[in-house]
Design a protein around this ligand. Structure first.
Ligand SMILES: [Zn+2]
Length: 370
């Protein structure tokens, strides 16, 4: 009996990359009926699948050009008279019934058409993952749309009509500015103030001031500050030590998002990546973390669930793989913990930034200031 158990455990702990590749391929094509409500945020599902395939070095299974064209068709472009600049960015899917338009031309005005901050963030990441150079992104319009979403307290709404405003969208905004290499998309000082005010008596970050400390919002706040290059300016060493302590205490076997909550696969990334950004991930117990993540792997259809013996979903499938990547699992690419894309994709972005810089230099030397 004991031998059988050992065998079963051995089998359960095998990482099965091929199954996950097929799982992500399917997520890009057809989803089960229960996922119909996710239609308006289809781009985020696409991001989980694309970044998952990138982490598994398997983007060759895709028709990249077709997906790039689809993503560009979701860009909310400025109209000829630029009357909708505050509504620009990317929308989540084509379900609004607007005509297919992957071009860089003028947008068509529609009273209910606008971008969504999480869709703009995942659209830009997905384009980078697919090797695109972002040349068809209307950067100025994206930045204008982003500025319109910032509230006086420094936080961001998701859509110009108004919505929840919290640390998730602060992170999306920081990623957008980082990718476009232009922080004029936000008032950085106000954003930093918002992050600081979200520090709780437990010594980690909540979704906003006065709210409970949470592994997800702590990642969003700390990663945003890292992307700004401001982490050490904003928090003192003593404060950072306290945040480290809160984060490291979230490990049970896997990681939990808050004290007294059950562990969940995605926190192996949210808390794990935060610990990596704070340079102490190496002090966590890799074996226990890995065993928990792999106990949530669906060995039949691929993907990961939040808990063992539950149904897998695209988000947990992706973050399960990211959690394993942080521990150097073989067969998985390295991850950039702050931008949440593979290191390979991050390097592609660095090259784009270099190219934009030299283009700008050329421009300014061709057109000397009067
Ligand atoms: Zn989760």
């Amino acid at each position: 009996m004991a031998e059988e158990d050992d065998e079963l455990l051995g089998e359960r702990l095998l990482f099965l990359p091929d199954r996950h590749v097929r799982y992500f391929q399917r997520s890009l094509q057809a989803l089960p009926e229960q996922c119909a409500t996710l239609e308006t945020s289809r781009l985020t599902i696409a991001f989980f699948a694309l970044s998952g395939l990138d982490m598994l070095d398997s983007l060759h299974v895709l028709n990249k050009d077709e997906i790039i064209e689809w993503i560009y068709s979701l860009q909310v472009l400025p109209t000829e008279e630029k009357s909708n600049l505050s509504r620009c960015g990317f929308r989540g899917s084509s379900c609004l019934g607007l005509p297919f338009n992957p071009s860089k031309g003028h947008g068509i005005y529609h009273p209910y058409d606008s971008g969504h901050i999480a869709m703009t963030y995942t659209a830009l990441c997905s384009l980078l993952i697919l090797g695109d150079d972002l040349s068809l992104v209307n950067k100025d319009a994206c930045l204008a749309g982003l500025r319109a979403l910032q509230l006086p307290d420094g936080s961001f709404c998701a859509v110009p009509e108004g919505s929840e405003n919290d640390m998730r969208f602060v992170y999306c905004a920081s990623c957008i500015c980082y990718i476009l290499n232009d922080w004029s998309g936000m008032d950085v000082e106000k954003t930093i103030e918002y992050i600081r005010r979200s520090m709780t008596y437990e010594n980690a970050l909540g979704q906003g001031a006065g709210l409970e400390a949470h592994g997800g919002s702590t990642f969003c706040g700390i990663a945003s500050l890292c992307l700004m290059g401001k982490l050490e300016d904003v928090f003192s060493e003593r404060e950072l030590n306290r945040i480290k302590r809160w984060c490291i205490l979230r490990q049970q076997n896997g990681f939990q998002g808050r004290p007294n909550k059950p562990v969940d696969t995605c926190y192996s990334f949210w808390v794990g990546a935060t610990l990596r950004l704070l340079n102490i991930f190496k002090y966590t117990n890799f074996e226990k973390n890995r065993n928990f993540i792999l106990s949530t792997q669906d060995r039949l259809i691929g993907g990961f669930a939040k808990w063992p013996d539950s149904h897998p979903d695209a988000l947990h499938a992706y973050f399960g793989i990211c959690g394993l990547s942080l521990m150097g699992e073989s067969g998985i690419n390295e991850i950039h913990p702050a931008l949440n894309v593979s290191l390979k994709t991050y390097k592609h972005l660095q090259q784009l930034h270099e190219a934009w810089k030299s283009k700008n230099c050329e421009k300014s030397s061709n057109h000397p200031q009067h």
